[in-house]
Design a protein around this ligand. Structure first.
Ligand SMILES: O=C(O)CCC(=O)C(=O)O
Ligand SMILES: [Fe+2]
Length: 232
């Protein structure tokens, strides 16, 4: 069994259904986390670098991986997709959307490519003291898989302080509610990219999510982002 198949999917699905996010893992051991974070200073594995401050995205930077994606990413992305696709389909049906997601990630990528979304989206993020990531959604075109994953590659408390993963949810006509998601080294947060259905007393309504990272107070924080749709 892969590490992904070994996870407690009953618990993960229940969390995703009830609150729109779930903590899982660790999905990567300390050595793999260190090796991935260590790639940041290289250029070859990446297709582009984004300095967040230049775009008003926050402070800090990230790099999008190019093909071939590093082994740990390919090893995780297909199995994670396979487990999440049925939930994505239940969410789409509950929200009255026509979209249905294929069982396998390779098929979903074909759909992205047919829609002109050809560029890989897995990314490595790096935050230094004072850096933060504004609340946002990772939408890169019309074709969107409704769940994504972020894995913490640094040790909280010793390698960095602050820098908490934050999720907000907005119910129709209500103000936003924030949740801080504590993560350990190599742990993943699986979360809603944009909308998810919530059962209310008068039927199903849609909740909108955003995510970001609070200010890093000291040290360096690295994260691996696994997004399932390719980008235009
Ligand atoms: O650094 C983080 O924890 C969040 C990264 C992020 O925005 C993402 O993976 O999409
Ligand atoms: Fe993001």
């Amino acid at each position: 069994m892969t590490v992904v198949e070994d996870l407690d999917w009953t618990h993960i699905e229940a969390e995703l259904e009830s609150v729109g996010h779930a903590v899982a893992g660790p999905l990567l051991d300390a050595e793999s986390c260190k090796a991935l974070a260590g790639l940041y200073e290289q250029n070859i594995p990446f297709r582009s670098r984004v300095v967040m401050e230049r775009h008003g995205f926050g402070k800090g930077e990230y790099k999008y991986f190019n093909h071939p994606l590093p082994d740990p990413i390919t090893a995780l992305r297909g199995p994670l997709y396979r487990r999440l696709a049925p939930l994505a389909n239940r969410w789409a049906a509950a929200m009255g959307l026509d979209t249905r997601y294929p069982a396998e990630h390779a098929e979903f990528l074909e759909r992205c490519h047919a829609a002109g979304q050809m560029r890989p989206t897995p990314l490595l993020l790096k935050y230094d003291p004072g850096d933060y990531n504004c609340l946002h959604q990772d939408l890169y075109g019309e074709t969107v898989f409704p769940l994504q994953v972020a894995i913490l590659l640094s040790v909280p408390g010793s390698e960095f302080a602050g820098g908490e993963f934050v999720l907000t949810e907005q119910r129709p006509r209500m103000q936003s509610r924030a949740t801080v998601v504590p993560l350990g080294l190599g742990e993943a947060v699986i979360f809603a990219v944009d909308q998810r259905p919530v059962q209310g007393t008068r039927g199903t309504y849609r909740v909108r999510h955003r995510h970001g990272v609070s200010t890093v107070r000291s040290g360096a924080r690295y994260t691996l982002g696994i997004i399932f749709h390719d980008a235009a």
